[in-house]
Each structure stands twice: as structure tokens, then as C-alpha cells.
Design a protein around this ligand. Structure first.
Ligand SMILES: [Fe+2]
Length: 338
């Protein structure tokens, strides 16, 4: 049934045209989901799939105007245990229409990161989503939010991983399956790996075993559904037989920021002073003291971090069977990577 809120239009004349949304985002959460938000995986409804922001034409326009240094094209293998098969592909000189064609015909994933910073309509959309969430969920008070638009091929996958910030996945086009695993559970993610993820010194990918799936909550997401889970819960995604468009949002609360500070502090004490198994408690005098010492050490340059980044090894080619070719590979008369 059509959501009545989808019929509403923003009529406030003070909203600049570039921020004006033709659709008012609407979130439907059951009473149980409101109570459990952030505490367990859940799936609920939204209406973003009715917005004009996610049509092919809108995506092409977005890609053509998007700052390319914040756009990541990634391809992947089929073995869930080999996240090293995830490869970054260059895309300079590839138009928005060609990128979309590569996604439709190949097997890749476009991460349009911080789309909220590059486009005022997405910023407005995410703001409205979180305003609604804060109004509906008792005690939920985000201090910041951000978003990445995900456009991906049929059968593409995202390997088993955990994100530092709390997140939600708003599914808009196509069908995808998501597996969500228990959060902060040493059987699924070692504490030290999560510390490294918070510090940004390792990729989010984690060692994976098929047996983990017995503990997973699995959702098949349709357009108009969104899923969320406890902060840091490992998860993985496989697209079904269609091109997928989803908006991934991350939100920050006072508590989530404390968690990040405590994990980064614990990593500092582990790597610099050899102190292991420090408490991960996010409140109390010990947490406060550790984070203050870490902040001071940071200022003094005692915790230098080498931020981990993917190195490109492929190039997007909309005419290649997989949508990408290896850098240096020659296809026809064009030398890829030039
Ligand atoms: Fe994720």
C-alpha cells in the first residue's frame, strides 16, 4: 500500500532548490523495533525507493558531478574466505553513464562515499531520516550522521567485515541478502582487530569461517526495506540477480564516540606498552583516564598511525566482461591504465 507520507512535498520556500526533496522520507518502525533499535538486528520499511534521487538518470548525473577522489570502484572474487580478491579499480575518464553500464554488465561495487558532503539533497535526506529516527526511538540522540551510496552489480558481494561506526542500510533498488553476526563477540571478531579498525590501521575485512553463518541473522532486502544492527556487528552482503542501489548511513552518538575512544586507547596501550586485555568498558574512571592519556600521547606524537588504504590494481572498463580490466592489460587498441 502506498505510504501517505510519500505524497507529501516539501513546501517551505526557505529551502534552497538544490536541497529540496520531492519526497519526504518516511520510516516505519514497530513498537518492538523502536525499543530494540541498535540492540539487535532488525529490518523495517522506508519509502526512499519512491524518490527520484536513485533513478539511472539521477545516478549518472550524480556520478558525473561527484568528486572522483571519493568514489571507489571495487571488484571481487567468489570465495568468501579470500577478501584479498577485493580489488580497487581506477575510473578517471569513465563517465557516469559508463560507470553505470559497467555495474550493470560486470561485477563491481561503486562506493560513492560521503555523498552527503557532495550533494545537498542527500544531506537533506539523511538529516530527515535521522530526525525521524530520533523522534521515534526513545533515547536515540545522534550527534552526527553521514552516508555512502552503494551501486553494485548482480551477484556482487561484500566480504565479512565490521564497521567502526554504527550503521544502517537503506535498500532502494534490486535485491540483496545480508548476513549479520553477533556484535562484540570474540568468536566472530577478535577485540584487537576491532581496535585496529577503529584506529583505521586495517581494512574492515575480517577472517571468516562458513560455520559463523549458524549464528547469523539473514535478511533478503527488497526495495523499501532497511536494516540496522548493533554497532560493530560483523556482516556480509551478496547481491541477488539484479543491480542494487542502497544508501549506507553511519551515525554517531555520545556512547558510540566513547566506544571508539576506548578501543583506540586500548590499542595504544597494547601496541606501545604491551598491555593486553584492558577493559572495553565505555564509562567510568578507568575509561576516562585511558582516553585522556591516549589523547595526550597522541598530541605528543606517541601514537603514529599508518592508515591502511587499498592500492588500485584494476581499471573500470564498461565493455569488459567483468566491467574491469587489470591495470596494464591491453584490450583492443587501448592500453588500460593510461
Ligand atoms: Fe558494512
Amino acid at each position: 500500500m502506498a505510504n501517505p507520507a510519500a505524497e507529501l512535498f516539501v513546501t517551505d520556500r526557505t529551502v534552497p532548490d538544490k536541497e529540496r526533496l520531492e519526497l519526504t522520507p518516511a520510516i516505519q518502525l514497530s513498537a518492538t523495533d523502536k525499543a530494540d533499535f541498535g540492540r539487535r538486528p532488525l529490518v523495517a520499511k522506508h519509502n526512499l525507493h519512491q524518490s527520484g534521487l536513485f533513478t539511472d538518470a539521477a545516478l549518472i548525473d550524480l556520478l558525473d558531478h561527484f568528486p572522483r577522489q571519493h568514489l571507489y570502484a571495487l571488484t571481487m572474487g567468489n570465495d568468501l574466505m579470500r577478501s584479498e580478491d577485493n580489488r580497487l579499480a581506477l575510473h578517471e575518464g569513465v563517465s557516469g553513464a559508463e560507470l553505470l553500464r559497467a555495474v550493470k554488465n560486470g561485477r563491481l561495487w561503486l562506493n560513492i562515499t560521503r555523498v552527503d558532503r557532495a550533494n545537498a539533497r542527500y544531506r537533506a535526506l539523511i538529516d530527515q531520516l535521522y530526525t525521524q529516527l530520533a523522534a521515534q526511538v526513545p533515547g536515540f540522540s545522534p550527534v552526527a550522521s553521514q552516508g555512502t551510496l552503494l551501486v553494485s552489480s548482480p551477484h556482487a558481494l561484500v566480504y565479512y567485515h565490521a564497521d567502526g561506526p554504527a550503521s544502517a542500510l537503506w535498500h532502494i533498488r534490486g535485491r540483496k541478502r545480508i548476513w549479520i553476526y553477533p556484535a562484540l563477540d570474540e568468536r566472530f571478531i577478535r577485540r584487537e582487530l576491532l581496535e585496529d579498525i577503529f584506529a583505521g590501521v586495517r581494512h574492515e575485512y575480517l577472517p571468516y569461517e562458513h560455520a559463523y553463518d549458524q549464528a547469523a541473522v539473514v535478511y533478503d532486502l527488497e526495495p523499501g526495506q532497511w536494516a540496522t544492527w548493533p554497532q560493530n556487528a560483523p556482516h556480509r552482503v551478496t547481491n541477488l540477480d539484479s543491480v542494487n542501489v542502497s544508501l549506507s548511513t553511519e551515525h554517531f552518538t555520545r556512547q558510540s564516540r566513547w566506544r571508539a575512544r576506548v578501543y583506540c586507547a586500548n590499542r595504544f596501550f597494547r601496541t606501545r606498552l604491551g598491555l593486553r586485555n584492558l577493559s572495553a568498558r565505555e564509562s567510568g574512571p578507568a575509561a576516562a583516564m585511558k582516553t585522556v592519556i591516549h589523547r595526550l600521547a597522541n598530541k605528543a606524537g606517541l601514537d603514529p598511525l599508518r592508515i591502511k588504504r587499498h592500492a588500485p590494481s584494476m581499471r573500470v572498463d564498461p565493455d569488459a566482461p567483468e566491467g574491469v580490466v587489470a591495470l596494464g592489460a591491453i584490450r583492443g587498441s587501448t592500453r588500460a591504465g593510461d
